[in-house]
Design a protein around this ligand. Structure first.
Ligand code: AMP
Ligand code: MG
Length: 507
């Protein structure tokens, strides 16, 4: 017991939606289908490097089978496939994308849920286009650590079970500047109720294949949204509102903790409102709403921190458009976008109330928030440290938040004292500290922290990965023994370092 082959494997997605008659094969267009059967690629020397005990327990696994989790072989019951989907990339319709380097092993039936297990980096599929279907250690560590950290921050996310190095080298040109270099190959096994995306629906509408669109939607509703019924327009709109709401809630959480996804293309939007596809993401350190970690997006900054809520709305609009052909009267789709906006404001205000310790946050408090946003941008100020120190502030003077400023010689003290005084009066000197401490994390996976873990792992030392994995299991706890090392602003060496301030989609 406790092995992968003792789990109850199902293939509901394969059984209920149309698929590619050909198994495997070269990258190609596969019109009209939702998936293609593929086999993960054998690896030379699979070694388990990171393991989520929590996910293992949830799945009932006691044994980490590194060969299978690295892509070498499958067990009875698994029926692996790559999903076909499309998407808008950076605002442009890209048509067929699909799982170019993700391979689903199957769905595991548990007493109270189904969980899909998917390998990322296990080789080519019909959707790999010109790429190799592989993943490198650096991006795999970033996905493993961040998805687990997000879960513990209370942000809806896909999870990670394992990280296996393959014993093979994979060539990547990190900054796309003509300097390809070999890197250590790795495979992450990630876990979610499903990996169905907005783009999973879009592709069939773009093809004009409304039968497949309906079949996929019926499958999705039956298993993942059982309270919904899409027999008529009102039912479809109600379901879209549900998706809009979970998406708005997820993005409001991103804003609360300072997370920037970096590539909010519609193929990277989970139908479950989960954070998915960890690529060139980043965490706000200096509070700059215009910041994006993704160098590929540096010129237009479409996916910058302060724009994520609007992009969420844009993406929900694309999903609504995608299901429109199944409706008689599409006018009612506008209500989905209104719902998104109203819910986002509601979640955002509720989060601001918690971050500032204001129990009865009202519209009139928005001025306080606007002024705070301006002040945080006056000089380089660390978002995470500021809110954490604010949660502990004993009196409304800037001395208590000094650690948040990057240049201690240059603090707009007078303006801060004024704002702090205003906030202090608003909470009558008694901010709700418990709600602040539960909304303002002390530890997040800053890019330079991930980079230190990566640098060590590339030299065969996974101790920093383990340290961060454990630290970030309790991001709202003080953990004073870690203060000096990890409750810190970005060090100078990380300011312009690739992987810290600059990230690309190359992974
Ligand atoms: P992303 O922006 O990382 O979500 O990727 C966009 C598309 O490119 C998806 O269809 C991916 O499956 C595909 N892709 C990304 N990297 C690779 C790779 N190394 N090999 C094959 N396909 C890839
Ligand atoms: Mg993706």
């Amino acid at each position: 017991m406790g092995n992968l082959d003792s789990l109850i494997w199902q293939s509901r997605f394969l059984d209920e939606t149309p698929g590619d008659p050909v198994e495997g094969g070269n990258p190609r267009q596969v019109p009209g289908v939702c998936w293609s059967r593929v086999k993960p690629t054998e690896t030379k020397d699979p070694i388990l490097r990171l393991w989520s005990q929590e996910m293992a327990e949830r799945l009932g696994l006691t044994n980490a089978e590194s060969a299978v989790l690295g892509g070498s072989g499958i067990v009875t019951g698994m029926d692996p496939y790559a999903q076909r989907y499309g998407g808008h990339q950076f605002g442009n319709w890209a048509h067929q994308l699909g799982d170019g380097r993700a391979i689903t092993l199957g769905e595991v039936q548990l007493p109270n849920e189904f969980l899909e297990l998917q390998l990322k980096g296990a080789g080519r599929t019909p959707y790999s286009r010109f790429a190799d279907g592989k993943a490198v250690l650096r991006s795999s560590i970033r996905e493993f650590l961040c998805s687990e950290a997000m879960h513990h921050l209370g942000v809806p996310t896909t999870r990670a079970l394992s990280l296996v190095t393959t014993g093979e080298m994979v060539t990547r040109d990190i900054m796309y500047d003509g300097n390809p270099a070999p890197e250590i190959g790795a495979v992450v096994c990630r876990v979610a109720p499903s990996f169905i995306r907005f783009g999973s629906f879009q592709i069939h509408t773009a093809d004009g294949n409304y039968d497949t669109l309906r079949t996929l939607l019926e499958h999705t509703i039956k298993h993942h949204f059982p309270g919904h019924n899409i027999a008529n327009d009102a039912g479809i709109v109600a379901w879209l509102k549900h998706v809009a709401e979970t998406t708005a809630e997820m993005i409001a959480h991103w804003m609360r903790v300072g997370f920037v996804h970096g590539v909010m293309n519609t193929d990277n939007m989970s139908i479950h409102g989960l954070t998915i596809d960890y690529g060139p993401y980043g965490w706000l350190e200096d509070y700059d709403p215009n910041w994006t970690p993704n160098t590929t997006d540096a010129s237009s900054r479409r996916y910058r921190y302060g724009h994520q809520a609007q992009i969420g709305a844009w993406n929900v609009a694309r999903l609504a458009e995608a299901v429109a052909p199944l409706m008689d009267d599409v006018e009612s789709l506008y209500s989905v976008l209104e719902h998104y906006e109203n819910k986002y404001i509601e979640f955002q205000n509720s989060n601001w109330g918690k971050k500032l310790g204001i129990d009865d946050f009202q519209e009139s408090d928005e001025t306080l928030v606007i002024e705070l946003n301006e002040l945080l941008q006056k000089v380089e100020t660390d978002m995470t440290i500021f809110f954490r120190l604010l949660s502990h502030l004993e009196s409304p003077t800037q001395e208590g938040i000094t650690h948040a400023f990057y240049d201690s010689e240059n603090i707009p003290a007078e303006e801060w004292n004024k704002w702090l005084d205003k906030w202090w009066k608003r909470v009558s000197g008694k901010p709700n500290r418990q709600s602040m401490l539960n909304a303002n994390p002390k530890y997040v996976l800053r890019n330079w922290m991930a980079q230190l873990a990566i640098d060590a792992a590339e030299n065969d030392d996974y101790s920093i990965c383990e340290e961060l994995y454990n630290l970030l299991k309790n991001p709202y706890e003080e953990q004073p023994e870690h203060d000096e090392k990890w409750f810190q602003k970005r060090p100078e060496w990380a300011r312009h370092r690739v992987g810290c301030s600059m990230l690309s989609c190359s992974s």
